[in-house]
Design a protein around this ligand. Structure first.
Ligand code: ADP
Length: 630
């Protein structure tokens, strides 16, 4: 066979893996941010495993394809890329059952080997698409994967054995609350000064979210893990999803964690970007007994891609020879970008200058506000996190950038509640049209505090409340008030963040009159399911006022794009990079033609906006402490 000339002119593209909480996907991006190939696997999110209770949904069908014996796991464009072994699949074998598991109320586990297999399957499917595109004779230059990037759900804890590479337990996902007793106990043990000291170092409050509590739980409750820990022979390994994937997808078995993921462990000092002895000690972790991954930047060479041996990891749905052949197209390609999902969408939204913010309206809502090289500790209860760090870039862009992070527990889920519990709509997409049947909420304020109020209000005793209804109130008013309830909270968080960054209390209003002042926030870049509705974004723009433009991402897969940017910029020599620097990314990826369609500016009169904001704040005051009064 003639040897292919790998230096032949080609079009460089970046392959990405994006591991979400409920799905895995791979996307291959062009330099223009175009999706050349994409494949996604969704997981079942029901606690039940029986088909009847899964209601034969698409999700179940996709999951069941992992279960059925003697059939391809999935086919992409007619090619079976993975088949089951002849081995009988035992119920407790690594490959049986769903990726996500709900063994007890409040417990959410994931199967690390499934996640790895899903990532490989998605990548393979994308490569099949790419091969097909490259076979088109009309294409004068072929696409070639130049770099691989990874984005992942954060705070999910995986422990495995170095000897075998196999996990010692299921992964504990970020939403799992089994550690609440550990956290409550620690809260009681320490005084306010100590809490403040920990917050200054980590940027985080004590919470069930972060990895430290989950690792502590595993050491306290899992006999096998504890035994390995006590042996202390260097065999026990700990990591987040990024660490797990990079370990198994690199020829070198590289054991690293990118700094944005590591900043959520509660073991890392935000200033030094390294593990801190005092923090490890606080959680009773001896780093000589468990290996912690080396903390690295999100944009550098980690290792060269090599397909993992899934059978050796106990995953019986072994990859076919054909699939391995397809994966050869990227064998040796550098894995050189990796970041946690919220940082990834900050980068993918191109919010790479201080003062830019992004908001992802999914089931819940995640806001990140880029504070540049300044590490700010919030006075208003938002978290401090590592936004991104691109060490290859020149000047300020090459320094670690921090972000304030705030979340709203109920965002898109309020739409699901209106659909499923109140039956106001049939589909989520009907919410915009319903809400826009009325010009305003008719005086109704809906506080969607189903599980209390989070930042910046912090009131665990608040509950969902609807104020101001009259005989005149219609379902459209309620729908509109529900959407406004999410958007008012976004305003409150942004105001608090800008305030932490030195802006005055009411910068959104003051910037209207003071044209010379440097505005602390110019645009809010938005993405996520709920941002698909123009009506939601117009309401958001009206609530924020004319100082801030709401800008919907033209590329909806911002998280994966962030991983592509990290990988594409990682090469030391700018000539080798897919993009030269941030300006080059913005110039190539930013579609100015689509900007108008996706930009929302306030249309509401100033006095109406102020009156509505006041009414919202009054309503919040009344909703607070509802449970405390029982
Ligand atoms: P997640 O990543 O948290 O699963 P997504 O970004 O997929 O979330 O967003 C899902 C949410 O978006 C759902 O809660 C749904 O209510 C909402 N949603 C989906 N489509 C629309 C739409 N067209 N209009 C308004 N909301 C929508």
């Amino acid at each position: 066979m003639p040897r292919r000339n790998s230096n032949a002119p080609h079009i460089p593209v970046v392959a990405t893996i994006d591991i979400g909480t409920t799905s895995a996907r791979a996307i291959i991006f062009s330099q223009e941010g175009e999706e050349i190939a994409k494949h996604q696997i969704e997981y079942s999110t029901t606690a039940s495993e029986t088909p009847a209770e899964s209601q034969n949904t698409d999700q179940f069908r996709r999951r069941s394809s992992l279960l059925r014996h003697n059939e391809p796991i999935f086919t992409a464009e007619g090619i079976a890329i993975s088949i089951t072994d002849d081995v009988e699949i035992e119920n407790n074998s690594a490959s049986a059952g769903p990726t996500l598991r709900f063994p007890q109320p409040g417990w959410v586990e994931c199967m690390p080997v499934h996640i790895l297999a899903n990532a490989v399957q998605c990548l393979t499917a994308c490569l099949i698409t790419l091969r097909k595109i490259n076979q088109n004779p009309a294409l004068s230059l072929k696409y070639k994967v130049k770099a691989i990037g990874i984005a992942n759900m954060r705070e999910t804890t995986i422990v495995w054995l170095r000897k075998t590479g196999k996990p010692l337990s299921n992964g504990i996902t970020w939403t799992d609350t089994r550690t609440s007793e550990i956290v409550q106990h620690l809260e009681k043990m320490i005084d306010d000064d100590r809490k403040e000291e920990l917050k200054q170092k980590t940027g985080l409050p004590l919470s069930t979210y972060f990895l430290a509590a989950k690792l502590r739980w595993l050491l306290d409750n899992d006999d096998v893990i504890r035994e390995e820990y006590e042996k202390g022979d260097g065999n026990l390994m700990f990591g987040t999803v990024d660490t797990w994937l990079i370990y198994h997808l690199t020829k070198e078995k590289t054991f690293v964690s990118d700094v944005t993921n590591a900043s959520r462990t509660y073991f890392m000092d935000l200033e030094t970007r390294d593990y801190d002895d005092d923090l490890l000690d606080f959680w009773g972790i001896d780093p000589t007994r468990i290996r912690l991954p080396k903390i690295v930047s999100l944009s550098e060479f980690y290792g060269s891609f090599a397909a993992p041996n899934l059978s050796q990891l106990g995953f019986h749905n072994r990859i076919t020879q054909e699939a391995y052949d397809i994966l050869k197209a990227i064998t040796g390609v550098p894995i050189c970008g990796c970041l946690g999902d919220q940082s990834a969408s900050l980068v993918g939204q191109l919010a790479v200058k201080p003062g830019l913010a992004k908001c992802t309206y999914g089931t819940g809502c995640f806001l990140l506000y880029n504070t540049g090289t300044r590490k700010l500790i919030s006075e208003h209860g938002t978290l401090t996190t590592l936004g991104y760090w691109f060490p290859t870039l020149e000047g300020e862009d090459g320094l670690p950038h921090y972000a304030l992070e705030g979340s709203i527990a109920v965002a898109g889920s309020i739409i699901q509640w209106l659909r499923d519990n109140l039956k106001l709509i049939e589909n989520a997409k009907d919410i915009g049209p319903l809400a826009s049947q009325v010009p305003n909420s008719g005086g109704v304020v809906f506080i969607p505090a189903f599980s209390g109020l989070y930042a910046p209000y912090w009131d665990g005793g608040a509950r969902g409340t609807i104020f101001g209804m009259t005989q005149y109130t219609s379902s459209s008013h309620i729908a509109r008030a529900a959407l406004e309830g999410v958007c008012f909270q976004v305003r409150a968080i942004l105001r608090a963040m800008a305030n932490d960054a030195g802006a005055s209390e009411d910068f959104l209003e003051e910037a209207l009159t003071n044209q010379n002042e440097k505005k602390p926030l110019l645009a809010l870049a938005v993405d996520g399911g709920m941002s698909k509705a123009d009506e939601v974004l117009q309401i958001q723009a009206d609530i924020l006022g004319p100082c801030v433009t709401v800008q919907r991402a033209v590329i909806s897969e911002c998280t994966a794009l962030g991983a592509a940017i990290a990988a594409g910029l990682s090469f030391k020599d700018p000539q080798d990079r897919v993009w030269k620097d941030f300006d080059d990314v913005i110039a190539k990826v930013h579609d100015t033609k689509a900007e108008d369609r996706n930009s929302f500016v306030a249309q509401l009169a100033d006095k109406d906006r102020r009156a509505r904001w006041k009414r919202w704040e009054n309503a919040v005051d009344r909703a607070k402490g509802w449970l405390d009064e029982e």
